[in-house]
Design a protein around this ligand. Structure first.
Ligand SMILES: Cc1cc2nc3c(=O)[nH]c(=O)nc-3n(C[C@H](O)[C@H](O)[C@H](O)COP(=O)(O)OP(=O)(O)OC[C@H]3O[C@@H](n4cnc5c(N)ncnc54)[C@H](O)[C@@H]3O)c2cc1C
Ligand SMILES: NC(=O)c1ccc[n+]([C@@H]2O[C@H](COP(=O)([O-])OP(=O)(O)OC[C@H]3O[C@@H](n4cnc5c(N)ncnc54)[C@H](OP(=O)(O)O)[C@@H]3O)[C@@H](O)[C@H]2O)c1
Length: 273
């Protein structure tokens, strides 16, 4: 039996923001075009070091022609305007399976990246000129960075509020860039908030989980925008518990989750687990 090599891509660069948070830049080894919409994701894969090799006599492995891959979904953080590679913003889970393998990679190392890019968590179908409220926990920032860099200055939104909820200030991976963009562009309001930064740390910004900031009065005080379902679309990404709780709270204000029965809904979400 010929054993096939499952790897089709190369890590070309990694930027470690801290020991457990990094940006990975990956390119396909072929010249295949990588077209996608901001907010979509693909799958990365690495060989499972604990899987038995393929064996035509074993029912468990006989259909496999190559080593077994562990695969995980990752939102593309770069813009489709970047054609040479894709970028990913990834946190190393304490008890994860895939991320410890990914963290062993250095530039030049091979891996699998699915060239089929998927996902419905995009701005397609949201009318131009609305207020967009983007809420991410941890690396749930990823789709918003891609959307922001792709659609800035296109009239896609009236105001864009980016609520970036992290444990510590060091986890606000794009803090400097987002602060600068918001200073330069009146249509963008960046609201980073941290939950575990020590009280005596030199952080003068917001604290607490994102829900506190999505309280209508607090939100209006911070942004000047009223949380009005006729004017706003809310995009939620990251922790599923955050998404459930935020959707419930927004539902009480008249927001509706977009789904098959509610194609005009104004809550959009991407659960990471
Ligand atoms: C559509 C989609 C897009 C995704 N995009 C990203 C992304 O851009 N960046 C990213 O870091 N992860 C992303 N994820 C999560 C990713 O697929 C993996 O689940 C994650 O990297 C952990 O993999 P693991 O094998 O190390 O741990 P797993 O065994 O898969 O997960 C262990 C536990 O870690 C927690 N967890 C998983 N992902 C995260 C996370 N991102 N932040 C906080 N806790 C988490 C959950 O409690 C989970 O049960 C995405 C998931 C989906 C479904
Ligand atoms: N962050 C680090 O420095 C670090 C270092 C090493 C390893 N890790 C591991 O990486 C993984 C992911 O950590 P992460 O910090 O990126 O992601 P995370 O645990 O999802 O936390 C990101 C932010 O989301 C908030 N949050 C969690 N549940 C929420 C909910 N139901 N509603 C609203 N907000 C909610 C958190 O607040 P709370 O703080 O209140 O939970 C935090 O502010 C974990 O396994 C972690 O142990 C993280």
């Amino acid at each position: 039996m010929t054993v096939t090599n499952p790897y089709n891509a190369t890590l070309i660069e990694r930027e470690d923001i801290h020991a457990a948070l990094a940006i990975f830049k990956i390119r396909l080894d072929s010249d295949d075009a990588l077209d996608f919409e901001p907010g979509q994701f693909t799958t990365l894969g690495l060989i499972d070091p604990d899987a038995p090799p393929p064996n035509p006599n074993s029912p468990a492995t006989k259909r496999r022609r190559g080593p077994k891959l562990i695969r995980r979904a990752y939102t593309i953080v770069s813009s489709p305007k970047t054609k040479t590679h894709l970028e990913f913003y990834i946190v190393h889970g304490d008890e994860g399976t895939f991320t410890p393998l990914l963290w062993q990679l250095k530039p030049g190392d091979p891996l699998f990246m699915d060239p089929k890019i998927k996902g419905n968590f995009t701005l397609a179908g949201i009318p131009d000129g609305k207020d967009l409220i983007m809420v991410g926990t941890g690396t749930g920032l990823a789709p918003f960075w891609s959307m922001l860099n792709t659609y800035r200055h296109t009239g896609c939104w009236r105001k864009l509020v980016l609520l970036d909820g992290c444990r510590y200030v060091k986890d606000l991976g794009y803090y400097e860039q987002l602060t600068k963009i918001a200073e330069e562009d009146d249509s963008i309001i960046y609201l980073p908030t941290v939950t575990r930064e020590p009280d005596d740390a030199p952080w003068a910004g917001l604290r607490g989980r994102v829900h506190g900031i999505l309280e209508p009065e607090k939100f209006n005080e911070l942004t000047g925008i009223s949380l009005d379902p006729r004017r706003c679309h809310v995009l939620l990404c990251g922790s599923p518990q955050m998404i459930d709780q935020a959707s419930e709270n927004l539902g009480k204000l008249g927001f509706v989750t977009r789904d098959r029965d509610h194609p005009d809904g104004n809550i959009h979400f991407e659960r990471y687990w």
